[in-house]
Design a protein around this ligand. Structure first.
Ligand SMILES: [Zn+2]
Length: 304
């Protein structure tokens, strides 16, 4: 069985036609700077459900199930839940809060977003049946840089997650979106991981293959047994090092497939890249099963 724990579902009409503009990972990173007008349309265009395209892609690459969350912009958790209900045996939903701000503009005062978050978490878990919190943009909830002050601002969110013991994804290194780069160095996560040791935290992309961010992610993971990594964007060397240091129970398979990333074809498409990564990291059978599905089933509490 293979479970992809990291997918952004839904798209925008403009992003359905950018195969000539995005061929490599660097093109994704620079899309906003090169085409600011196209990039900005994700705040004004009506989003479209691309989950049929996703499921066809999963079928092509032998992916059994996927955890899907909103692509940044105006996509709502209710819309993601609708995609899940159209593919109930294949897709599971993760909720996002504040993901519109990264694609648009961060609020000067993030208090209202923060204060509304707990009730939204209850709604997404109990009414929409979602199984975890997708990637957060910390700047949507805080203006602080001091880890203790960030932890104080995130406390209501962490307490809501603690109630359900469901995981939270926190991105590392860079994103395609403007601002908030400071939080890509996950050292600050140490503070929330220690205070909320019952909440599984997934440091997504484990530093995106960059040594500086990987070292920070490893330091946090070595000190906190509730900290996990996922595989998009990393290198075989970093994956092997993570396996040898924190073990295979704390690493999850993911592609980061999204409205923009899905267009990458050089040097290979996203899933081919992931499978080459696992092969180059020389996984044992046990490590492979843990990463590909066992950890996802255990952490997100879904039926096997
Ligand atoms: Zn992502």
């Amino acid at each position: 069985m293979i479970i992809d724990t990291h997918i952004h579902v839904w798209s925008y009409p403009t992003l359905e036609n950018i195969g000539d503009k995005i061929e490599t990972a660097e093109d994704v990173m620079l899309f906003r700077a090169r085409y600011p007008e196209l990039f900005a349309r994700r705040m004004t265009e009506a989003p479209i459900d691309n989950s049929d395209v996703l499921v066809a892609e999963m079928d092509r690459h032998g992916i059994d199930r996927a955890f899907v969350q909103a692509t940044p912009g105006v996509v709502t958790n209710d819309q993601v839940a609708r995609s899940v209900s159209r593919h109930p045996s294949r897709l599971f939903g993760l909720f996002r809060i504040g993901h519109d701000q990264a694609a648009g503009k961060y609020l000067n005062d993030p208090a209202p977003t923060r204060e509304a978050a707990s009730a939204q978490i209850v709604y997404c878990v109990e009414k929409l049946g979602m199984i975890g919190m997708g990637e957060i943009f910390p700047r949507a909830f805080t203006r602080h840089l001091d880890p203790e002050l960030i932890a104080a601002d995130l406390q209501p969110i962490m307490e809501a997650l603690e109630t359900y013991r469901i995981p939270l994804q926190i991105p590392t290194a860079w994103t395609q979106f403007a601002g908030g780069l400071h939080y890509g160095n996950p050292l600050w996560v140490d503070e929330i991981a220690a205070r909320h040791s019952d909440v599984p935290i997934i440091l997504t992309k484990m530093g995106r293959g960059m040594q500086y961010y990987f070292d920070a992610a490893m330091t946090v993971a070595m000190r906190n047994s509730n900290v996990h990594f996922d595989t998009p964007g990393t290198t075989p060397e970093h994956l092997r090092k993570a396996l040898d240091t924190i073990g295979s129970k704390r690493i999850l398979f993911g592609s980061d497939w999204s409205a923009t990333w899905r267009w990458v074809k050089k040097p290979v498409d996203l899933y081919t890249k992931q499978f080459k990564l696992l092969e180059a990291a020389r996984l044992s059978d046990d490590e492979r099963e843990d990463i590909l599905w066992r950890n996802a089933v255990r952490l997100f509490q879904i039926p096997q």
